[in-house]
Ligand binder design. Structure first.
Ligand SMILES: NC(=O)C1=CN([C@@H]2O[C@H](COP(=O)(O)OP(=O)(O)OC[C@H]3O[C@@H](n4cnc5c(N)ncnc54)[C@H](OP(=O)(O)O)[C@@H]3O)[C@@H](O)[C@H]2O)[C@H](O)CC1
Ligand SMILES: [K+]
Length: 501
């Protein structure tokens, strides 16, 4: 897991690395500049004219170091400095090192056209030291940079964006953000995407053991975390080893959701799958998923009862379920009678929002997978993404369950208060049915004995990874939910290193 630290912790990490590596502060800055420049030179050639706008803290110091290195690479660079109340030592050293090499202009007033002649604008005004909204020349410069047609790149953090709090005022709108060592919490929220643009981390060798020791509730999921979770199969396993899942899904006109989910349960590796569907779904189910056993409700159009539950390891429900009052009754019975974890999505969540007393019946260790609208119905409105995150953590704690809030960087909140952000997936997956597929994957993994949290982390990651492979093979535009099921085996292979077998 990549640990996401606060600005305070990053400051301490910086100081610890300087003291214990040991490395001089200016040399650490040099390393950060080099990492940025390596990223930059791989993407932009010498035909680009570059302006670097610097503050007078260490983010500005980075900007100056970057200017020197780019000049050494024969780029055409000009530096603008906006003076704050103080200068850091490393800013001063890098300013001195730049003397006679790159033109440095101190901004005392701003002309509308000041940044108009550049192909690339690099923002090094503020980084993790920002404490309040930018004002005066700072705000004006950010405003003008945002109006420019140049490619905009932020060093470490877009100026004006607070790493771990709600930001107000003018914020640099980067096309790319090259951030040092680890993502910042604010990068993972939908509302900040227009500021960070596409972001990436570059390693600047900050002390790894210090990072490990830091207290944090926030994590960014990496491929190796999933590799650790997934258990290899062994020779004498049989289908009983991998659980028997019951999926209660579908209604008249919405059998597609049930099928997508059911196929995904199977592709996630379950031992046995039974699907409880309304009578209208019988032929559809039997002819499209021969691997699933059918349990048929007595109602033609929707589910009104639950089957005998004893033999099931896990129950997944919600996709295409509808909200008829008889379905609500059956859902209530399920929650009353089944004391093992359940996976709840779609209409199961809508039923919970409309019948809040049912929340108390959810078995501990369950997994809820709302999209933002379903989440709002469950917890009410939020004023910003930090409040949304708090609500997600509270709900997980209250229900003693895992709450998966779907979207770009899907967040997974554990009952213990930790939040894991997903690193896979793409906008091509914003299409009908992908949520049903996730429900299936989670139901299939949970049935195999993974813990609820491991199930959610691995399931969400694999779902996104499969979507990424599908987007590569089929294009984001043409991606449909079935593709995610189709490429799930490739996603498992990629994680479990089975390609060469
Ligand atoms: N993380 C690392 O290990 C490394 C980080 N590097 C770079 O350093 C910056 C952080 O540098 P820092 O000097 O702490 O902070 P900033 O450069 O972001 O700027 C802070 C100065 O600006 C003042 N300030 C803050 N907010 C405002 C505002 N709204 N208006 C005006 N001035 C503001 C603040 O002073 P105050 O006392 O006035 O609050 C600071 O003086 C990090 O982002 C990296 O880019 C290293 O280069 C490598 C190691
Ligand atoms: K910046």
């Amino acid at each position: 897991m990549i640990r996401i630290l606060s600005s305070q912790q990053i400051k301490a990490l910086d100081a610890y690395t300087i003291q214990h590596e040991p490395i001089a502060s200016i040399d650490l800055m040099e390393r950060a500049c080099r990492a940025f420049v390596n990223w930059f030179t791989e993407r932009f050639d010498g035909r680009n004219t570059i302006a670097i706008v610097c503050g007078t803290g260490n983010n500005g110091g980075d900007g100056l170091g970057i200017a020197r290195m780019l000049q050494e690479w024969s780029y055409s660079v000009k530096v603008f400095v906006i003076r704050g109340s103080s200068e850091t030592e490393d800013f001063k050293v890098n300013l001195e090192r730049l003397r006679g090499k790159v033109e440095v202009v101190e901004i005392t007033s701003l002309d509308e056209t000041i940044f108009s002649e550049y192909d690339v604008l690099i923002d090094a005004i503020f980084g993790s030291g920002l404490t309040r909204p930018p004002e005066g020349l700072f705000a004006q410069a950010i405003h003008l940079m945002n109006k420019s047609v140049a490619v905009r790149i932020a060093v470490d953090i877009p100026s004006g964006l607070l790493a771990d709090k709600v930001s107000k005022g003018e914020i640099f709108k980067a096309d790319f953000t090259v951030t040092f060592q680890m993502p910042k919490l604010a990068f993972l929220f939908p509302s900040n995407h227009s500021f960070t643009g596409t972001w990436c981390t570059v390693d600047i060798g900050l002390n790894k053991s210090f990072i490990k020791e830091q207290q944090t509730s926030y994590y960014y999921i990496a491929a190796k975390d999933i590799r650790k979770i997934l258990k290899p199969r062994s020779k004498f396993d049989h289908k009983g080893t991998y659980g028997h899942a019951l999926l209660m899904a579908g209604s008249y006109g919405k059998m597609g959701a049930a099928l997508l989910s059911g196929r995904a349960v199977l592709r996630a590796g379950v031992g046995l799958l039974t699907m409880h569907v309304p009578e209208c779904g019988y032929v559809i189910l039997q002819s499209s998923i021969p691997e699933a056993m059918a349990s048929i409700d007595e109602h033609i159009h929707f589910i009104t009862a639950i089957p005998e539950l004893d033999k099931y390891t896990v129950v997944g429900t919600g996709p295409g379920l509808g909200q008829d009052k008889l379905t609500v009754k059956a859902f209530r019975k399920l929650l009353e009678d089944f004391r093992k974890p359940v996976v709840l999505d779609a209409d199961a969540l809508n039923i919970l929002s409309d019948n809040r007393e049912l929340l108390l019946l959810i078995p501990a260790g369950s997994i809820l997978t709302p999209h933002p609208k379903e989440f709002e119905r469950l917890v009410g409105k939020w004023s910003d993404d930090f409040e949304r995150l708090d609500k997600q953590k509270s709900l997980a704690k209250q229900l003693k369950s895992v709450v998966v809030l779907k979207g770009a960087n899907t967040s997974i909140a554990s009952p213990e208060g930790a939040v894991y952000f997903n690193s896979t997936g793409n906008p091509g997956m914003a299409t009908g049915g992908t949520g049903d597929v996730l429900t299936g994957i989670l139901t299939g993994l949970l049935a195999q004995g993974y813990s609820s949290l491991d199930t959610a982390i691995a399931g969400v990651y694999l779902h996104g990874l499969s979507g990424d492979i599908a987007a590569r093979e089929r294009s984001m535009v043409s991606l449909i939910a079935s593709d995610i099921i189709e490429f799930l085996p490739a996603a498992f292979k990629k994680i479990m290193h089975e390609q060469k077998v």
